[in-house]
Design a binder for this molecule. Sequence first.
Ligand SMILES: [Zn+2]
Ligand SMILES: [Zn+2]
Length: 144
Amino acid sequence: MELTGGCLCKAVRYRISGSPLTARACWCRMCQQIGAGSGTVNAMFQTAEVAVEGELCEYRTVADSGNVMYWRFCPRCGTHVLATSEPRPQFTAIRVGTLDDPERVRPLATIWTSAAPSWAAIDPALPRIEQQPPPPGTAAEPGR
Ligand SMILES: [Zn+2]
Ligand SMILES: [Zn+2]
């Protein structure tokens, strides 16, 4: 699978040579901040398979899970393009809305539903995980 995408102003572009390890809708409070009232949808890839062109700014946070996260966004248009975590640098989470064709990746689960507001539109067909699920490649990973 090859996927391409980038930010709103096109200063940042990426090309992905692999298939997603998983993809999830996330309603954690930080995703609500950047999702402007919704959550975010993120597809996880091997970092080695993601090639980024253009400069990304980074914002360091400590997630609700306790993990140090780097939120990477375009300094010109502010689009959040991807995120990485300190404990697992081998994985890169791409914001699915930045794909040139977001139809090509769909979420397999909804996570952090415990943090979602009562009016959140959550796909009833997908498994719900109240908080942070285990990382990809572990036995308990839903949908894989
Ligand atoms: Zn941009
Ligand atoms: Zn989140």
